[in-house]
Design a protein. Structure first.
Length: 176
């Protein structure tokens, strides 16, 4: 990986070095253990002010795919979210995601499945855990993990999807 050091402090990542390291980790361990290793690297990247400024500037759209791996299919996305918003409970269908908080605060709720969702059927969930993602935090959501983010003001995130979730079927869930 192409990382620049000054003493013990990491100075800069490039998108190319970051995505190459993530590819290497996920190819070696494609399951949850590899994702946790990617999450550790993401925490380092979130500390890189140059990387964050380059990819999460004010002109960044709310959802911006900055890298899509041609072999493994995972995507790295930059998100600049303006203002308050609460998302409904959701999973990532048959894939996984990693959320990395670069700026702002996100309150995340993990949900417990009560009734599965399906074609034409909204799933039912109940809250299981509420926690906060602060700048520098990153968290893995494996297949089937249900969660919902809430923010009271603007946030900036680097997020992974195991595959581009705009290309897969996902079902809706509601709290009970």
């Amino acid at each position: 990986m192409e990382i620049f050091f000054e003493g013990d402090m990491i100075m800069a990542y490039t998108l190319e070095s970051f995505s190459a390291e993530c590819h290497r980790l996920l190819k070696a361990e494609p399951g949850p253990a590899g994702r946790e290793k990617v999450c550790d690297v993401l925490r380092e990247v979130l500390q890189d002010e140059t990387f964050v400024a380059t990819h999460l500037g004010d002109d960044c759209p709310e959802r911006n795919i900055i890298y899509e791996d041609p072999e493994l299919g995972f995507c790295i996305l930059a998100h600049v979210n303006h203002g308050a918003k609460q998302s409904p409970p959701h999973d990532h269908g048959p894939t996984w995601a990693i959320y990395g908080q670069a700026a702002g605060v996100t309150e995340m709720t993990d949900w417990e499945l009560v009734e599965p969702a399906g074609e034409g059927k909204v799933g039912k969930v109940r809250p299981a855990k509420v926690y906060t993602l602060n700048p520098g935090d990153a968290y893995v959501y494996n297949e089937g993990d249900l969660h919902s983010p809430r923010r009271e003001s603007s946030t900036r995130l680097i997020r992974f999807e195991g595959v581009n979730t705009e290309t897969i079927q996902r079902y809706r869930f509601e709290a009970v």
